[in-house]
Design a protein around this ligand. Structure first.
Ligand SMILES: [Fe+2]
Length: 164
C-alpha cells in the first residue's frame, strides 16, 4: 500500500530534473566534464524510474484526457530525451570537450531534454483529475520503479519495448 502522494512525487522529480539540467549546463559551459558527467549519472538514475512509471502507468491513465496523438507525442518526447542523453554520455565520456562541443551539448539539452520537465510538469494539472484508484496505481508504479533502480539508458536498451 503506497503512502506517497504521486502528484507531489512527480512534481518533486521534475524539480530535481530541472536543477540537474541547469547544473549540467553550467558545468558544460565551464567545460568541467568531470562534474557534468557526475551529474549526468545522477540524472540517469533518476530518469529511469521516472520515465518508467510515466510510460507504464501515468501516460496511459491520462489518455482519456489528451487522446492517442498527444500520448504518442509524449512517447516521442521520451525518445528524444533518451537519444540526447546517449549523445551527452558519449561526448562527456571522452573526458574533455572543445568549445564547439560545449555549445553543441548545451543546445542539445535545451532543445531535446529540458522540454520534457517543462511539458511533463504541466501534466500535473491533469493528474489532479484522476480517480483515487488511478492515483494509487501511479503511486505503486513510482515505488516499484524506484525499487527496481534501473537507470534511464539501461532501461531504454533493455526493458523498454519501444526503441528510441
Ligand atoms: Fe516526467
Amino acid at each position: 500500500m503506497p503512502r506517497i502522494d504521486p502528484i507531489a512525487e512527480v512534481k518533486e522529480d521534475h524539480g530535481k530534473v530541472r536543477d540537474l539540467l541547469l547544473d549540467i549546463m553550467s558545468a558544460i559551459k565551464r567545460r568541467d566534464v568531470t562534474k557534468a558527467f557526475e551529474l549526468l549519472l545522477i540524472l540517469d538514475k533518476l530518469g529511469g524510474p521516472h520515465f518508467r512509471f510515466e510510460e507504464e502507468v501515468m501516460y496511459p491513465a491520462m489518455k482519456r484526457f489528451y487522446g492517442e496523438d498527444y500520448y504518442l507525442r509524449l512517447l516521442e518526447e521520451h525518445d528524444r530525451v533518451i537519444r540526447a542523453a546517449k549523445q551527452l554520455a558519449e561526448t562527456l565520456g571522452k573526458g574533455s570537450i572543445t568549445e564547439e562541443e560545449s555549445e553543441r551539448l548545451i543546445k542539445l539539452i535545451q532543445n531535446e531534454i529540458l522540454p520534457h520537465p517543462i511539458t511533463c510538469s504541466g501534466l500535473e494539472i491533469l493528474m489532479e483529475k484522476l480517480s483515487p484508484e488511478e492515483l494509487e496505481k501511479i503511486a505503486e508504479s513510482i515505488e516499484a520503479g524506484r525499487e527496481a533502480e534501473v537507470p534511464l539508458l539501461e532501461w531504454a536498451d533493455t526493458i523498454r519495448a519501444r526503441k528510441a
